[in-house]
Design a protein around this ligand. Structure first.
Ligand code: AGP
Length: 623
């Protein structure tokens, strides 16, 4: 949600900002803008600093066209993509925003909760505000806190600003009378800064905007203030004390954030899933299928034996990956396992304390609900573990332990390869906990571990059959409702398949535990409602088969996702897509792939904006 970029350096600033905003488009937005300050220098005829703000509703491509028509120049600038919260989607509400006297200009990600109170207190006549945003109030407040004393005074003004704002914010600010500097202030919303070998300073809400210039970045913590200039980066705490910050090396390179020859990021990411599984298992699973996470998790047998329960908390796709893992975990440990959506978890009265292992699953590590749930569990003394793709994320920095997904950057808004990585890491975690607690036999560990190692090849064989899924998509892309059904581990796969379809094609899709169909959803069935049934070879196959017959009796078209060699469905289902055989408990790693591709092809046939579906943001940083 909202993307921020800031740059000081020798390149064309507007180009760097536009490129940076494009690399953050996945975050979701409805308008975009930049501000560039042109300062007088010896070579220029400019007499006083000129602030150029160019902004508008729509995509960054439209901003780019506006800049092509009216170019701006300068050595430093800030850019923003806005996902509307306070005030409608209009050019005036788009960022950057200035204070009323245009002394400073800033961009903001987050929500300032006390902006009405501040607006009243600033006693500026209402009609003088241009926008409806909380951001313009921040600009005005900062202007009132800064008397014009230059860089040194600015830090004090930012400390005071931090003390006055309630809510979450990442702010990037340029002040007209402080040339060559960009200021950053962070609380709650992510902000990362970097300095290139060529003497360029950058800041952004996520690393893809910085990666073309440097792979060494500093993640700002809550309350941190940063000052960027061509000389380097300096940091202060919320109390105004000078800080030393450590750099994090990002092992993603810039090629990982392009489409690599694919038409869409989502398609690229679906096709990367075999590789994601391999890297998620590397150095964690031996060639014999034995799991060892001791290099990342400093847990002893005593720690693990002290736990009474495991809570797994997440949102959206990450929640569905957690539900898959729940079913595996409950078969190999004796612990009480509970999986919950983060937005509910924190409002329940659950037993959570020092005897709880609390696992927070989040691709981005920035999801506001998941962070709030983690803070609650931490305050109650639980051992908190993050399963995340982003090592420098807020979640990763707040927990006791981290297991990284190693999926590489995921740009498509619809999560695919990180679902795969999450399942892999959660399965390894499950095996490890079972091993530490002594509830897992070596033979079972090796049989699951050995089969996990084969899954990348099996996924790659599914990816060879994309043509078949494309044909299925042609058959069904005019449907307005879909039902997805599955039992056991296939139920969360059904949930994920339905989520993918609705997110990117806007077709209504509901998922049910197959046994629940006759308790209500069966009323919806008729020849216009396709039913996708996930039914790999397992103990529940016969029962799900009965549900297929029930759907067929209502003339609903049935698409079955089944195991290779299963002939029982040939006459029962209208279409069958086969996945390679595996252990029943590992089937989600395979059955989810055709569902992702099916959703992709349906959305493509419908002409949808697959990588940036309407209304969605890649990381949901508001509750
Ligand atoms: C997935 O396709 C969705 N875009 C969404 O449900 C996502 O999984 C959810 O917002 C959680 O995000 P996180 O993993 O970054 O916490």
């Amino acid at each position: 949600m909202c993307g921020i970029v800031g740059y000081i350096g020798h390149r064309n600033v507007a180009d760097v900002l536009v490129k940076g905003l494009q690399s953050l488009e996945y975050r979701g937005y409805d308008s975009a803008g930049i501000a560039v300050i042109d300062y007088p220098d010896e070579e220029k005829s400019v007499q006083s600093p000129a602030v150029h703000i160019v902004k508008g509703v729509g995509k960054v491509a439209e901003l780019k066209s506006m800049l092509a028509a009216s170019p701006v120049s300068g050595r430093q600038g800030i850019g923003h993509t806005r996902w509307a919260t306070h005030g409608g989607v209009t050019e005036i509400n788009a960022h950057p925003h200035s204070d009323l006297s245009s002394r400073l200009v800033l961009v903001h990600n987050g929500i300032v909760e006390n902006y009405r109170e501040l607006r009243a207190e600033l006693s500026v006549p209402e009609e003088r505000y241009k926008s409806e945003t909380d951001t313009e109030v921040i600009a005005q407040l900062l202007s009132s806190l800064y008397a014009g004393g230059g860089a040194r005074e600015m830090i004090g003004a930012l400390v005071a600003l931090h003390g006055r704002l309630r809510g979450s914010f990442a702010l990037v600010i340029m002040v007209k009378d402080i040339p060559g500097k960009i200021y950053c202030l962070r609380k709650g919303s992510p902000l990362v800064v970097g300095f290139s070998e060529e003497g360029e300073a950058l800041c952004a809400s996520d690393v893809p905007a910085i990666l073309p210039y440097t792979q060494d970045v500093v993640y700002l913590d809550d309350g941190d203030i940063a000052e960027l200039s061509a000389e380097g980066m300096r940091f202060w705490s919320a109390a105004g004390e000078s800080l030393e910050k450590n750099e994090t090396h990002i092992d993603w390179d810039v090629s990982m954030v392009d489409k690599g020859g694919y038409s869409h990021y989502m398609l690229k990411e679906i096709n990367e899933q075999g590789a994601v599984l391999r890297s998620s298992m590397a150095r964690r699973l031996s060639g014999e299928g034995e799991v060892d996470l001791s290099a990342e998790l400093p847990w002893t047998k005593e720690d693990a034996l002290a736990w009474k329960r495991i809570h797994i908390v997440a949102c959206g796709t990450s929640y569905y990956a957690s539900l898959v893992a729940e079913r595996f975990l409950e078969t190999i440990t004796d612990l009480d396992i509970r999986v919950d959506v983060a937005s509910e978890y924190r409002y329940r009265n659950l037993p959570v304390g020092p005897d709880t292992l609390a696992v927070f699953v989040s691709q981005s590590g920035e999801t506001a609900d998941t962070l709030a749930a983690e803070r609650l569990a931490k305050a109650r003394g639980a051992r908190c573990l993050a399963v995340t793709n982003v090592i420098g994320s807020t979640l990763a920095r707040e927990v006791d332990d981290i297991l990284q997904l190693k999926a590489g950057p995921e740009i498509g808004v619809a999560a695919t390869k990180t679902f795969m990585g999450q399942m892999a890491v959660l399965y390894l975690l499950s095996l490890y906990v079972g091993k530490l607690r002594g509830t897992l036999t070596e033979a079972y560990e090796k049989s699951v571990g050995g089969e996990l190692l084969l899954l990348p090849y099996k996924i790659e064989s599914i990816l060879q059959q994309q043509e078949l899924l494309y044909r299925l998509a042609i058959l069904h892309s005019d449907a307005r409702d879909f039902l997805f059904l599955g039992r056991g581990v296939s139920f969360p796969v059904a949930l994920e398949g339905a989520l993918k379809l609705k997110e990117i094609s806007y077709i209504h899709a509901e998922a049910y535990a197959a046994g629940e169909m006759k308790h209500g959803p069966i009323a919806l069935l008729d020849p216009r409602v396709p039913v996708v049934v996930i039914t790999p070879q397992d103990d529940l196959h016969e029962k799900t088969f009965s549900n297929i017959l029930e759907a067929k009796a209502r003339k609903a078209p049935v698409i079955a996702i089944a195991s290779e060699g299963d002939r029982s469905l040939d006459s029962a289902a209208d279409n069958v897509f086969n996945v390679p055989t595996t252990l029943p408990v590992l089937s989600p790693f395979l059955t989810v792939v055709p569902l992702q591709l099916f959703a992709f092809f349906v959305a493509k046939l419908l002409g949808c904006d697959i990588d940036q579906p309407r209304n969605l943001a890649k990381s949901v940083t508001v509750e």
